[in-house]
Design a protein around this ligand. Structure first.
Ligand SMILES: Cc1cc2nc3c(=O)[nH]c(=O)nc-3n(C[C@H](O)[C@H](O)[C@H](O)COP(=O)(O)O)c2cc1C
Length: 223
């Protein structure tokens, strides 16, 4: 399920979409870094429908723009995360995941609905994220629950959290229920179309973000 484990390392499953090189030169000979897209799945079990949805969104974005992708599965980090109160207490592996989220150009966040909201672990993870680290970052919101009754979790819980971070939450969120999945993969046609629409609507903002952060020579070499 997991994609790259380290966006900075050239040898570990970094997925660069399409046939594009890891970096490219535009018409004005300006170097652009590959877009760093990080998805956070709040699913606690493995396999997880949240992780399946997160993966689906990553693939949709990769079909539209050359990018590096990384999926953070909080369920896998749970043993190291739950006993920690301060960021300084985190083991290096979890610290790296937090740093990748903070350095991402685009975030996709997906949580299962637990008791009408995001999971406690999802909130705990974002409590450890730097207060200013997500300012202006485009964030695509998604959630999945057992029923449709809690679809507003996106606008009533997720959106306010990322408003706190001063992120640019994308207008179209994705809400799935258990019946929309087969084998933890999204299968409902209407929802698949909505997910595609959410990504297409996000592209202008993603493009703006990309142009706003020109590549340094170090980043090109590291890509
Ligand atoms: C402790 C717990 C609380 C839940 N609370 C809700 C809820 O309030 N509303 C809802 O629609 N589904 C609820 N569910 C169902 C899950 O959100 C749903 O099965 C989800 O798709 C599981 O995602 P996962 O496969 O990533 O774990 C709950 C499940 C658990 C285990």
């Amino acid at each position: 399920m997991s994609l790259s484990k380290n966006l900075n390392s050239p040898d570990v499953g970094v997925m660069v979409s399409q046939a594009a090189p890891p970096w490219s030169v535009d018409m004005n000979a300006k170097m652009t870094c590959p877009l760093r897209v990080v998805a956070v799945s709040g699913g606690l079990q493995s396999p997880s429908k949240s992780a399946g949805l997160a993966q689906h969104m990553l693939e949709l974005i990769a079909n539209q723009v050359p990018c590096q992708q990384h999926l953070v599965e909080l369920g896998q980090l749970a043993p190291q995360l739950t006993g920690v109160v301060w960021r300084s207490q985190l083991p290096e592996t979890v610290e790296r995941e937090l740093a990748l989220v903070e350095q991402a150009d685009v975030l996709v966040v997906v949580t299962p609905v637990f008791r009408g909201s995001y999971t406690g672990l999802f909130k705990h993870f974002f409590d450890l994220i730097g207060q200013d680290a997500l300012i202006d970052k485009p964030v695509l919101l998604a959630a999945n629950g057992g029923s449709e009754r809690h679809a507003l979790v996106i606008d009533h819980q997720l959106r306010p959290l990322f408003s706190f971070f001063q992120s640019r939450t994308l207008p179209l969120g994705i809400y799935a229920t258990d019946k929309d999945f087969v084998d933890y993969r999204l299968r409902d046609e209407a929802l698949i179309e909505r997910a595609l629409l959410a990504v297409q609507r996000a592209l202008p903002l993603i493009e703006l973000t990309r142009n706003a952060s020109p590549c340094t020579a170090e980043q090109v070499l590291a890509a």
